[in-house]
Structures are given as structure tokens and as C-alpha cells.
Design a protein around this ligand. Structure first.
Ligand code: GCW
Length: 662
């Protein structure tokens, strides 16, 4: 199967003034990463200008020059400077990785029509760890994958081919430096990925990644000492268990040099973990951390731990409270090479959630923010939903754990507490479909995640602009309309799905399409508690107490409906249908209006896309149009299902007399 190059699609560039710089590329440094960087310039030169540069090692001072420098002007090891000096373009960094990032930045500048005669840019990444998590199963399936099958695994075997390299190029080009290739749910024979059987191919992947500055990580199954080692326990304090893991770790590092470490989902959604043996998560994580430490490895420990069997009559147990309850008492107990990976919200990647209060509760623990690029709850890459603005809201959220440098972005970038074992991770939306993300517009999220992880200061608009020009076209009509579509897509999706932060309301299991009571009569603790009187969950101090997990003044803001931000009102409060919102509308009228608005917004986006037709490759235009057709139906289905449900519950008419039915 062939595949596309997304934002690395180096199309011919007519009338570009910087062509001649690409005639000579001088590598004043050596190594595989520098070779990959030079290769990328060669590809770009061929694609843009149809010329094949001569690649030299001690050339004259002309063309493009790649050189290691430590003149103190570049803030961090992965940072770079790209500038023009007397007729040559220099790409400089203290490290080869920095040069690679500089080269990709230079190529991006060409695509954005920046004049290389005057270029002078210096950049350093905001987040030390910029990581992609693949939920790819060993059999080739992708959990929550909507873009085909895995390109890493097939029928319990590992795939290594040209696409592995193109994946690495794409990721490096947006600054990604870590990737976990297998699903955090390590099922069946996937546990064997830590055994000799698979080291050969894993090493090949790790080597390809290394050329692009990416460290490969694996997810592991906590019960492996039992499943694979024949032990009768997986207790992290048991000598035989420790020895079993020690042997695995030694073998892995011997066979896969530069291996990054492990990502661990334990005691979660039926997976085993330290709790099973009466141990806490620090004891579990530290056991592994001790073993990988001599090799420079890290353990990334997920905080998605909650009791997934909740009784609906129990109004105090609250799934939203779980991450904080489980992990805040452990602050300071984790070794330095353990990083807690924390989902953005307290529930599970809903279209709108508050930022988890666990950020702001840990002062002596390394942290990574986890978001989901895969659109599990946001339209399965059928519906367009550009998520960069929502990630920015999370990064900018003030936790008030100190007077300054207290945003989530400050915490995970290391600005708050220092250190470099921290960063930003996301669940990928890729698969083996030719365009990688099924909906072409969903690639803007993949691109956007990397760019934002590198530079949290970029705006959603800037990222949308860059992605559009690099991937689709710089035709003003396309730039304008695609920006409109992307920037309006998250609000639209939020409007036609579940109201005011309450979340869920999707079909259980598959998580697509409306089903208001789908999870209401389930045990997963994801209730909206709607009845004929009202809707919402009281999470104030008088309810589940979730709001008290926040530092003041956030706690105060969430405690009362008056102070609570409207978009999260039903997440924190149970209100009657005639409750009047800050907008002056009643709650029920807001539900009706937002659902009509959301579905209408989809039609506007479709119109905007149609206007781009003449400027786009027909295949891309039609692929996206097909997705829009599904989104159009989906949004109306949501609108009518949700509105009908609340009309029947409340028996209050729509003020505008619109037809409400399914
Ligand atoms: O959102 C839930 C998903 C599961 C996923 C889990 C997690 C990988 O529905 O499919 O499992 O989150 O984050 O571990």
C-alpha cells in the first residue's frame, strides 16, 4: 500500500528566491542524525526545485551549512539557530538533534515562503519530552483507531519498512522525540514484546527512530512475571519478581541500545497492578525505575486509575476524584526517573472537561500531560474536530499551586519545578490508511500536537495556518476557509453533542453517535443523572466534593453555579431546566439552541469546504467531503436525539417553536 507525505509533501515551488542555497549542503558534523537531516534537505531540493544538491563535508561557505556550535546563544540542547550570513544559510545547534529540528524548520520556512536571504530564527523546545503513544495491538488492530490498521504490527508480528521511516520523519519534523509503539493495554502475546523473540525487529525500529532523534518506548503488562515467567505473583516487592524484571531489562538494553523505557497502565480498567498485592503505585513504579536507571531509562506511569464498577445509588464515590485521591498522597515518593502521565481531565477525553486537579497537587513529582489526538469521543475522525484550542486551554490553566509559573504548561515543561523528566504526550490518530488519519483534516491535530508540544506559545490560528499551507494549499481561499472550518469545529462538535460539560451520552463501547442514557444505566460511573426535574452532577462540597480538590480560587469558582464557568456548569452542578444561565437563557433553552446551532455550523463548514474544491486535489476534496456527509447526518442525529430526550424529560417547549423529534 502506498501512503502520502502529509506536511512533508515537497511540491514544486515556482519563483522562489532561495533555490540556489539548495545546490550545496555541507555537513560540518557527522553521525546518523546529521545524515538524516542532510537527506531531508536533498528530498526537499528535489521536490521543490527538481535539483539534486551536492552533499559535502568540508565545502566552501555557501549553500546550506549544518554545524554543531556551542556559542551559548542557543538555550537548550535540542534548540537551533537558522540564519543567513554572507550568502550561506547556517543551521546551528549544540547537538545533532537540534540540527535536525533546524533543518525541518528551514524546510517549513521555504514552504511558508520565508525569504532565506534574511532568515534568522532561534528556537528551543518548551517541553523536554514530546511523546506519541500508539494504542496499536500486536495483532494489528488499533484500540480507538479510526484510520485503518497498525503500521507497526500485523498478526502478532512487527512491521519494519519504508513507512516506519516516513513515520519517523513526520514525527521528527514536528519535534516529537519519544514514541511508544504498542498499546497500553498489553493483551495476550503482546506481553512477549519484552522477550528475545522480538528484539531483532524492535531494534530495527529503534534504529530508524534514532536517526530522527526519537526514543522508542514499550508498554508492558504488569503481570508479565506470571504470564511469561511462570511466577505465582507480580508483587513489586517480591525478590523473584524483581529479578525477573531485572533480567528482562538487562536483555532489552543489551539488544536495543538507546531504548527509552516503559509506559505502564496498571490497576486500571481490569488490568493488574501493585494494588492487587497491597502495594502502592510508588512502590510499583520505583521497582521498575531502579532497574532501568543504570541505562538512562525512564518509567512513565499512567494515572488513569479508577474504580470502574460504580453503583449508581452511591452519590459520593465519584470517578472524577480518583486520579487525585490515588496519586496526590504519593507526592514525593517516586524516584526521579519516574514520570506520572496525567490525562487532561478527570474523566476521559470528553469534548469538554475541567482540567484535572491532580495538576496543582503534586510538587515533588515529575509529570507529563496526556491528551488524545485520536478522536475517541470527538467524532472518530469522521466529524472534523480541531482539538488544538482545547489543548491550549489545558496548558494555560492556572493551578494556583504557587504564585507564578503555576499553569499546567509550566508544570509539564519544567518551568515550575525544573528538571527535564516532564513533558507532553498524546494518543495518536494514525493508521495504515494512505493519508494516515482517515479524515485529511484530522492530520491538523497530529501536526498541531507536535508543534504545540515544541512551542506552547503558538496560537491555534498559527498552527492551523501552517498546517493548511504545508499540506493543502497557500491559495487565499483555502487558507481562509480551512482556518474557518478548523477553528469552528470544536465548538460545533461541543454544541451538537453533550451540553455544558456533562460529557458521555455516546453509544457505550464504540463511543460514536448519541445515546443519552447509554452510560447512565451502566457501571462505569459516568452519570449525568437527568430526570424530569433537572440534570447534572453536584460535585461541590455538598455533593461528591470533587471541587474541593482544587486550590483556591479555582475551588471557589467551581463551588457555586453562579461562579462556575458556563461551559462546565453541569459537570459541577445539578440544576433544574428553568435555571437561568449567565447568558439570560434557561438551561433547557440553551440545550435546544446549542444543538440547533451545532448542527447548523456543520452545514456552514461544508459550504466553506465546497468553495475550496477548485484549489485542491480531487481525491483529497472528495475524501473530506465524504466525511462531511457523515458528519452532517451525525450532527442532526445528535441534535434530534438530545433535544427530544430533554423535551420529553422537561416538557418545556422550545421558545422558537422548532420541530423537535427523532
Ligand atoms: O478512554 C479509555 C478508552 C480505552 C483506553 C483507556 C486508557 C487504552 O476507552 O480504550 O484504553 O481510556 O486511556 O487507558
Amino acid at each position: 500500500m502506498s501512503w502520502e507525505q502529509l506536511w512533508l509533501n515537497y511540491k514544486a515551488k515556482e519563483n522562489y528566491g532561495g533555490r540556489d542555497f539548495f545546490k550545496v549542503i555541507t555537513k560540518k558534523a557527522g553521525g546518523v542524525i546529521i545524515d538524516c537531516a542532510a537527506d531531508e534537505l536533498v528530498r526537499a531540493a528535489q521536490g521543490f526545485f527538481g535539483l539534486t544538491p551536492s552533499v559535502e563535508e568540508h565545502g566552501a561557505d555557501s549553500g546550506i551549512i549544518l554545524q554543531i556550535t556551542d556559542n551559548g546563544k542557543i538555550a537548550k540542547a535540542e534548540g537551533f539557530r537558522v540564519y543567513n550570513k554572507v550568502g550561506a544559510v547556517y543551521v546551528e545547534s549544540p547537538t545533532d538533534k537540534g540540527i535536525l529540528y533546524g533543518v525541518f524548520a528551514l524546510i517549513r520556512c521555504v514552504m511558508l515562503n520565508v525569504d532565506l536571504h534574511y532568515i534568522d530564527i532561534s528556537e528551543s523546545p518548551d517541553n523536554p519530552i514530546r511523546m506519541i503513544n500508539h494504542w496499536d495491538d500486536f495483532n494489528g488492530n488499533i484500540e480507538r483507531g479510526y484510520s485503518g490498521r497498525s503500521f507497526f504490527f500485523k498478526e502478532n508480528d512487527i512491521i519494519v519498512n519504508e513507512r516506519t521511516k516516513d513515520y519517523a520523519r513526520l514525527m521528527a519534523s514536528i519535534g516529537i522525540n519519544c514514541s511508544t509503539v504498542n498499546n497500553v493495554n498489553v493483551k495476550g502475546v503482546a506481553a512477549e514484546l519484552v522477550t528475545e523473540k522480538h528484539f531483532d525487529k524492535l531494534r530495527q525500529i529503534a534504529e530508524i527512530f534514532a536517526g530522527y532523534g526519537i526514543k522508542m518506548f514499550l508498554s508492558l503488562n504488569w503481570a508479565s512475571p506470571m504470564k511469561l515467567g511462570g511466577l505465582d505473583t507480580a508483587d513489586p516487592l517480591d525478590e523473584s519478581v524483581i529479578n525477573w524484571w531485572k533480567e528482562r531489562v538487562e536483555a532489552i538494553y543489551q539488544n536495543i541500545p538507546g531504548f527509552g523505557g516503559f509506559l505502564v497502565k496498571a490497576d486500571s480498567e481490569g488490568e493488574p497492578g501493585p494494588f492487587t498485592y497491597g502495594r502502592d503505585h510508588a512502590q510499583g513504579a520505583n521497582m521498575l525505575a531502579n532497574l532501568v536507571k543504570p541505562h538512562g531509562g525512564i518509567i512513565i506511569w499512567r494515572c488513569f486509575v479508577y474504580n470502574c464498577k460504580q453503583d449508581w445509588r452511591d452519590k459520593v464515590t465519584d470517578r472524577a476524584k480518583a486520579a487525585y485521591d490515588n496519586f496526590s498522597p504519593l507526592d514525593g515518593k517516586f524516584l526521579d526517573n519516574v514520570i506520572l502521565q496525567i490525562k487532561n481531565g478527570p474523566m476521559d477525553f470528553q469534548v469538554r472537561e475541567p482540567v484535572t486537579p491532580l495538576f496543582g497537587a503534586l510538587k515533588h513529582t515529575n509529570q507529563i500531560l496526556e491528551v488524545q489526538i485520536a478522536q475517541e469521543y470527538t467524532g472518530h475522525q469522521k466529524d472534523v474536530c480541531y482539538l488544538v484550542p482545547s489543548w491550549k486551554e489545558t496548558l494555560d490553566f492556572r493551578t494556583y499551586m504557587s504564585q507564578d509559573h503555576d499553569t499546567v504548561g509550566d508544570i509539564v515543561s519544567g518551568k515550575a519545578f525544573g528538571g527535564s523528566n516532564c513533558g507532553f504526550a498524546a494518543v495518536s490518530n494514525t493508521g495504515d490508511e494512505p493519508n494516515w488519519t482517515s479524515n485529511d483534516l484530522a492530520a491538523a491535530n497530529l501536526y498541531g500536537f507536535g508543534r504545540l508540544a515544541w512551542n506552547t506559545g503558538l496560537s491555534s490560528e498559527e498552527i492551523a495556518y501552517e498546517w493548511t499551507v504545508l499540506t493543502l494549499s497557500n491559495e487565499p481561499q483555502v487558507v481562509k476557509n480551512v482556518a474557518y472550518i478548523l477553528l469552528n469545529s470544536w465548538p460545533a462538535y461541543e454544541n451538537y453533542t453533550s451540553p455544558l460539560g456533562i460529557g458521555w451520552m455516546i453509544n457505550p463501547g464504540i463511543h460514536y453517535g448519541p445515546n443519552v442514557d447509554g452510560y447512565e444505566y451502566d457501571v462505569w460511573g459516568t452519570y449525568h443523572r437527568a430526570d424530569h426535574k433537572g440534570i447534572g452532577v453536584d460535585r461541590s462540597s455538598k455533593g461528591t466534593g470533587y471541587a474541593t480538590q482544587y486550590n483556591d480560587p479555582n475551588r471557589i469558582m467551581y463551588e457555586t453555579p453562579d461562579a462556575c464557568p458556563t461551559e462546565l456548569l453541569l459537570f459541577f452542578h445539578r440544576l433544574s431546566y428553568d435555571y437561568v444561565l449567565k447568558t439570560g437563557k434557561t438551561l433547557i433553552q440553551h440545550i435546544y439552541d446549542s444543538h440547533f446551532d451545532g448542527a447548523d455550523a456543520v452545514e456552514v463548514m461544508i459550504k466553506q469546504w465546497r468553495e475550496c474544491k477548485e484549489f485542491l486535489p480531487l481525491a483529497v476534496y472528495e475524501r473530506v467531503m465524504k466525511k462531511f456527509d457523515e458528519q452532517s447526518l451525525n450532527s442532526k442525529n445528535w441534535r434530534d436525539t438530545v433535544n427530544t430526550y430533554f423535551y420529553r424529560k422537561s416538557m418545556i417547549n422550545d421558545k422558537h417553536g422548532r420541530l423537535i423529534h427523532t
